[in-house]
Structure formats: structure tokens, C-alpha cells
Ligand binder design. Structure first.
Ligand SMILES: Nc1ncnc2c1ncn2[C@@H]1O[C@H](COP(=O)(O)OP(=O)(O)OP(=O)(O)O)[C@@H](O)[C@H]1O
Ligand SMILES: [Mg+2]
Length: 364
């Protein structure tokens, strides 16, 4: 049997652990055409959850997933949406019909994506059409949604902040707030940017979506799912599985990676847990070192303190002196910088987002 654990790319079905409650919540939002802001730390399963939810939706709901990662301009945004339009309507004749209602033939061309076999639209940007293009492509979604309730996922949504100093945000908001039959799901991991966009009163997306921080997967669900995956090969005691869940701090990607290596190990060989932990850390070492090299010395001290003190009690005299800080303001400034770099986040206490980076730090 092939190794059932997958630690890269999107996972769904049997490779996807639980999240039954989150799937139901998102389906309810979609049925009610509500907008949602789905966020969590890197590689904790947002995109996989969204694909899992899509796989459960009935035929009566139109769905479109757009990955905005790497887009830097409004034109890129338009291109990304248009490229994916075939997810909504795979019949070319129908797509031509609604496209014709909105676009003039001069500024749009239709082709079939050679990889997916789905139709795809490409805009021809002319000076005249440029300003209308966003209105048009979004009107296409609106027209489609009048026939069929629709969900549009805009993944890595924080990218839009860089397009054009707030102007794009305003334009997009003024359009989508009228789309009553579409549930927009905005997803991303850059929490400080998303927070600013959706929770600052002066910003266009202020309260346009309900916040949905992706919760952790609980221990029991992981345990059952890992057991199920090992199946008859299972000679691994529950205590070992629970240790893995704890070391990985319930992080799904690292749990998959840990279990992947556990599957490959011969039963009963040595101190498996520590061997696998060292292996994963060593595979990531170059990346961790370059991250470390790019930090200032105070930021490094703050990170070490957070790792050693589990994110609490950072300002006591003992804590400050343990890593060589001379004043609390140095901690505050370093923490701010680490938050902006998305290396740490705050969730009641400070946490180092990358669990294995933290394990590497603890070994320094
Ligand atoms: N529910 C789950 N069950 C098991 N593994 C999961 C689950 N969700 C995510 N994973 C694991 O985590 C990895 C990352 O998942 P995914 O790409 O969906 O996360 P993400 O939050 O969208 O990441 P990013 O922040 O990089 O966009 C997957 O390749 C898989 O190994
Ligand atoms: Mg993702």
C-alpha cells in the first residue's frame, strides 16, 4: 500500500482529517450568501478545507476558486478571475451567451484551457476597455449568480493590498456589495494585513465579511484519522501518535510529514520520534538559517525568549536578562517586527508560527 500521508499540496477526502464542523459552517455561509474572511497561520489547511467544501456542494451551487498568489496589479486580478470562469460554466455555448451580454467581442477572447479542458476567457486590454474590465468581469459573476446561487473563493486575498493604494479595494467593494446571491470567501494567512483590511474603520472592506479564524483540529480526531490511515500496518501505540500531535502542536502539515516518515520506518526501530524530528528539522535547516540570518540581534533574542518561555512572561527582569535584553521596549519593538514578518502571531500568547522553526531554535 502507498504511503497515505501527504504533506504538500491540497488534500481532500481520505487524506483530509475531520473539520466536519468547519465544513458545515462554510456550507451554511454559502447557502445564506454570506461573505466570510477565513484566516489562519501558514499551511494549516485553508485551501484544502475550501476544496473539501467544494466537493460537498450540490449541483445547484455555482463555485469558483481563484488563487491570487503572486498577482500584483488590477489587471492580474482580472486575468485570474477570467481564467477560472470555466469552473462556473463548462458549456461553451452558455458561456458565450452570458459573455456576449456583457462584453463587446472587441475586448474579450474565449479559449479552452489545454490542461483542464474548461473554457477560459482572456481580456484584451485597450485604453478604452481598461477601466470597464473589472466592472465587466464582476458583472459576469453577478449575472451568473442570478441563475444559480454562487460561491467565489478569493484565496491569498491579502495580495490585493498592493495593487493600487486602496483604490482597487474601494472599487471591488462597491461592486461586490451588490452581489446578493454570491458568497465571497476571502482567505489568507497574512493576518496583520487582513486584519487591517477588514477591521479598520477607514478601510473599504471594513465589516464586509464575517471573520472565521480556522480552529485547530482536536487531538481525538487526529488520533482516529492517523489510526485509520495506518490500518492493518498499525503497530504504533496511541502514546506515540499523541506525542507526534503534541510535538507538531496540532499543525496538520507537520503531522502529515511526521506520519509520512513514521510509515516509512521499520517497526520497533530505535527512538523513532526523535529521529524523525531531527530529519524534518535538517531538511528545513537551510530555510531556517536564512530566516535567522535576516533578523536583527534583538529580534533573535526575542524569538529565543518566546521559544523558551512558550510565548508568555516576556517582560520580567529574569526573562529580559536570560537573553540579554536591557529594556522592555527592546522586546516590544522586536515583537512588532516579528509580527510584521509573520514569524510570530498573537493568540492570547505569542506563538512562533512555524513549529519546526521553533524546534530548531530550541536546539540552538
Ligand atoms: N484537514 C487536514 N487533514 C490533514 N492534513 C491537512 C488538513 N489540512 C491541511 N493539511 C495538511 O497541510 C498542508 C497544507 O494545507 P493547505 O495548503 O490547505 O494549507 P493553507 O492554510 O492553505 O496553506 P497556505 O497558508 O500556505 O496557503 C497539506 O498539504 C496537508 O499536508
Ligand atoms: Mg492556501
Amino acid at each position: 500500500m502507498d504511503n497515505p500521508f501527504v504533506f504538500s499540496g491540497i488534500v481532500t477526502g481520505k487524506k483530509f482529517c475531520n473539520r466536519a464542523g468547519e465544513q458545515d459552517d462554510l456550507i451554511n455561509y454559502i447557502n445564506a450568501s454570506q461573505n466570510v474572511l477565513l484566516f489562519s497561520n501558514r499551511r494549516t489547511g485553508k485551501t484544502s478545507l475550501l476544496h473539501q467544501v467544494f466537493s460537498r456542494l450540490g449541483k445547484d451551487i455555482g463555485r469558483m476558486y481563484v488563487d491570487l498568489y503572486g498577482t500584483v496589479t488590477e489587471q492580474d486580478f482580472i486575468l485570474s478571475v477570467m481564467k477560472n470562469i470555466g469552473q462556473l460554466e463548462s458549456r461553451i455555448d452558455r458561456l458565450i451567451k452570458i459573455t456576449r451580454e456583457i462584453f463587446t467581442s472587441a475586448n474579450i477572447s474565449l479559449s479552452v484551457d489545454p490542461v483542464t479542458g474548461l473554457p477560459s476567457l482572456s481580456p484584451v486590454f485597450t485604453a478604452k476597455s481598461k477601466n470597464l474590465m473589472l466592472d465587466n468581469v464582476m458583472a459576469l459573476l453577478d449575472t451568473y449568480s442570478k441563475k444559480k446561487k454562487t460561491v467565489v473563493v478569493l484565496d491569498e486575498f491579502q495580495e490585493i493590498e498592493n495593487y493600487s493604494k486602496g483604490d482597487f479595494e474601494k472599487k471591488l467593494r462597491s461592486i461586490i456589495q451588490h452581489h446578493n446571491n454570491i458568497s465571497y470567501i476571502f482567505a489568507g494567512s497574512k493576518q496583520h494585513i487582513l486584519d487591517r483590511m477588514f477591521h479598520s474603520t477607514g478601510r473599504a472592506f471594513y465589516r464586509l465579511a464575517e471573520s472565521y479564524p480556522l480552529p485547530e483540529i482536536d487531538e481525538i480526531s487526529y488520533l482516529k484519522w492517523i489510526r485509520g490511515n495506518f490500518g492493518s500496518k498499525n503497530t504504533i501505540p496511541d502514546s506515540t501518535i499523541l506525542d507526534i500531535i503534541t510535538i507538531c502542536e496540532k499543525h496538520p502539515m507537520y503531522i502529515q510529514q511526521f506520519c509520512y516518515h513514521l510509515w516509512e520506518k521499520k517497526p520497533g526501530s530505535g527512538d523513532v520520534i526523535n529521529e524523525i524530528l531531527s530529519l524534518i528539522i535538517s531538511r528545513n535547516e537551510n530555510e531556517f538559517m536564512s530566516l535567522w540570518d535576516n533578523l536583527t540581534s534583538n529580534q533573535r533574542k526575542a524569538l529565543k525568549l518566546i521559544a523558551a518561555n512558550r510565548g508568555v512572561d516576556l517582560y520580567s527582569a529574569g526573562s529580559l536578562s536570560s537573553v540579554g535584553f536591557t529594556s522592555p521596549s527592546q522586546v516590544t519593538k522586536s515583537i512588532e517586527a516579528l509580527m510584521t514578518k509573520e514569524i510570530i502571531s498573537k493568540n492570547g500568547k505569542y506563538v512562533i508560527q512555524d513549529v519546526m522553526f521553533k524546534q530548531w531554535l530550541l536546539r540552538l
